[in-house]
Design a protein around this ligand. Structure first.
Ligand code: ADE
Length: 232
């Protein structure tokens, strides 16, 4: 079986996962360090994508072309958008949209030009398994499943959050990488799933809440979910 990729954007989101991989070898490609090794007996490649959609697309392409991964798992944090999505909740994405993509009037708003698609689904099989793992790893947390919006903006005001909610009323959360991973994985026919712990409400307090969560909680939650997923 080909290795499974475990990806986060930032070191704080993946450090506890890397600490669990005793036999990893590191290879640097396109300025990123790819750690190949084993976790719970499964072959994995762990990497930090860095932040934003372009960084995510580069990372996804290298994982698929160089490391021959056929499954990609993204774990990290997101800002809660929908009213019931609170700090500490867990969101497993069923699909992704780029909230900052707008080639109208040539193409409908949000549609990725020449794909005829505005929403890119994740793998249902992998996402079901990931949701089950999240339930086992964080039994006290509320789990949501649905649409996640990605864009090259840290959403840090209630006003901007309201605009996003009005434009994409079914979006549960906002982050900066998932839609790019979903599109590249779609291009290559590679299975993709993503889990995000909610670090902030994408409102006027988002900046402080995000930094606190990243420092204190994110890595532990990511590692617990990844471990539960790989243990199966
Ligand atoms: N990731 C975590 N919180 C976020 C926010 N408020 N905006 C964009 N990405 C995020």
């Amino acid at each position: 079986m080909s290795p499974i990729a475990i990806v986060s954007a930032m070191h704080e989101e993946l450090s506890a996962v890397l600490a669990l991989m005793p036999d990893e070898t590191m290879q640097t490609v396109a300025g990123r360090d790819f750690y190949a090794g084993h976790l719970h007996g499964q072959e994995v490649v762990a990497v930090l994508s860095r932040i934003g959609k372009v960084a995510a697309a580069t990372t996804a392409t290298v994982l698929i072309e160089r490391f021959q991964v056929e499954r990609v798992l993204f774990t990290g944090v997101a800002g809660g958008l929908a009213p019931g999505v609170k700090v500490g909740d867990v969101v497993v994405a069923d699909s992704f949209v780029q909230h900052d993509l707008d080639a109208s009037p040539i193409f409908p708003r949000y549609e990725v030009p020449l794909y005829g698609m505005s929403r890119f689904p994740t793998s249902a099989t992998l996402s079901d398994k990931l949701a089950e793992a999240a339930r086992r790893a964080l039994p006290g947390a509320t789990l949501h499943r649905g649409l996640v919006a990605s864009g090259d903006r840290f959403v840090a005001s209630a006003a901007e959050s309201r605009v996003l909610q009005a434009a994409l009323p079914d979006a549960l959360a906002v982050e900066m990488e998932g839609a790019a991973f979903a599109q590249v994985c779609h291009d290559y026919g590679v299975a993709f799933a993503a889990v995000r712990t909610v670090s902030d409400r994408a409102d006027d307090e988002a900046h402080g809440d995000f930094l606190r969560f990243i420092e204190e909680v994110a890595s532990r939650h990511s590692a617990a979910i990844v471990e539960a997923f790989l243990r199966g």
